[in-house]
Ligand binder design. Structure first.
Ligand code: NAI
Length: 317
């Protein structure tokens, strides 16, 4: 059985929805859990101790160990302090707290933009950074960031939220690289779940099937010491999960030789090839990306006639 005995987990926004499900499952499997929740509205107004307290009580009733924390994630150091004061260390951070301020782009105010970015991006930065030195010293840490298909694919009326969610993908990508040698793994979860954030958005029949408890085992596995995953985007909903990847088309060389310039007409002429994604490259790292680019130099050099097809992943993905 997969256990989390002797592990301390911080789950932000754990007073409801997905975070609550993560906190309950981690505690059931032996982790000591900091249940963080500001207890405000879906728009980020107000605060209350009820949300965190209710989940802590639920955990304790089932024989688990938990402590409540009522700070906003923007005060990440205070949340990690709650973990250190109550349990002496921190091993796992699940950045889950979130709010919405949906508006079409032209109607987004500065405060709609800033608050959404503060909670999702600055919050995840502050909580994770406050835990990071502890992770490095103990050579162990697991971090989960929460993105959204609204960020990966876009969604009408969610420009502020989409931008914030995509920022977390970039943050995770770099932390996965910086943390690797310290056994700190960072991954992104892209959930779709029934919660107060989605109750008026998702169709009722669909909503019924999207229990947060069906995603919790995926996120919890990402936090386990046996899980080697690092730097991945994992999408999950309704008892299904899959890795999402970023790919690049084969593209087109835009000039005949390395000595030639590129004209706008060259771009127009080659445009169909530039945007053709029938064949793709999967670029797992920035090194692969750079190495892949250099082969196009050979093409411009005249030493290669056609783009090298060896790295074609079209059939694989
Ligand atoms: P939820 O509203 O049920 O839970 C979010 C919790 O975060 C709430 O309890 C709220 O009080 C807390 N919170 C908000 N601001 C906070 C702050 N500044 N500090 C501490 N806690 C704060 O929503 P849900 O659906 O469980 O969302 C969890 C995460 O998953 C969010 O980041 C959301 O954007 C993301 N997400 C959810 C999807 C879904 O289908 N439910 C889809 C994609 C992403």
């Amino acid at each position: 059985m997969i256990r989390f005995d002797d592990k301390v987990a911080v789950v932000t926004g754990a007073g409801a929805g997905l975070g609550r499900a993560y906190a309950l499952l981690l505690a059931e499997r032996g982790a000591k859990v900091v249940v963080n929740d500001l207890g405000g509205s879906t728009r980020g107004d107000g605060s209350s101790t009820n949300a965190a307290d209710t989940v802590v009580e639920e955990i304790k009733k089932k024989g688990g160990i938990a402590a409540a924390d009522y700070n906003s994630v923007v005060d990440g150091d205070k949340i990690i302090k709650t973990a250190l004061e109550n349990f002496g260390k921190v091993d796992i951070v699940i950045n889950n707290a979130g709010i919405l301020r949906d508006k079409t782009f032209s109607r987004i105010s500065d405060s709609d933009w800033d608050l959404v970015h503060n909670v999702h991006v600055r919050g995840a930065f502050k909580v994770t950074q406050a835990a990071w030195e502890n992770f490095r010293k103990q050579k162990y840490g697991r971090v989960v960031f929460t993105a959204s298909n609204a960020g990966l694919l876009g969604n009408f009326g969610q420009a502020n939220y989409s931008a914030a969610k995509m920022a977390l993908v970039g943050l995770c990508n770099t932390l996965a690289i910086e943390g690797a040698k310290y056994n700190i793994h960072s991954n992104v979860i892209v959930p779709t779940a029934a919660s107060r954030l989605t109750e008026n958005i998702l169709p009722p029949d669909f909503f019924e099937q999207l229990k947060p408890e069906l995603i919790a085992p995926v996120v919890t596995w990402l936090c386990h010491e046996d899980c080697e995953e690092n730097g991945s985007i994992i999408e999950s909903a309704a008892g299904w999960a899959s890795k999402q990847i970023i790919v690049r088309g084969k593209g087109s060389v835009l000039r005949r030789s390395l000595a030639d310039p590129v004209s706008i007409e060259d771009v127009r002429e080659k445009w169909d090839k530039v945007v053709n994604v029938e064949k793709i490259d999967y670029l797992g790292s920035i090194q692969e990306e750079t190495a892949n680019l250099t082969k196009y130099f050979s093409e411009m050099d005249g030493s290669l006639d056609e783009a090298d097809e060896e790295n074609d992943f079209s059939d694989k993905y």
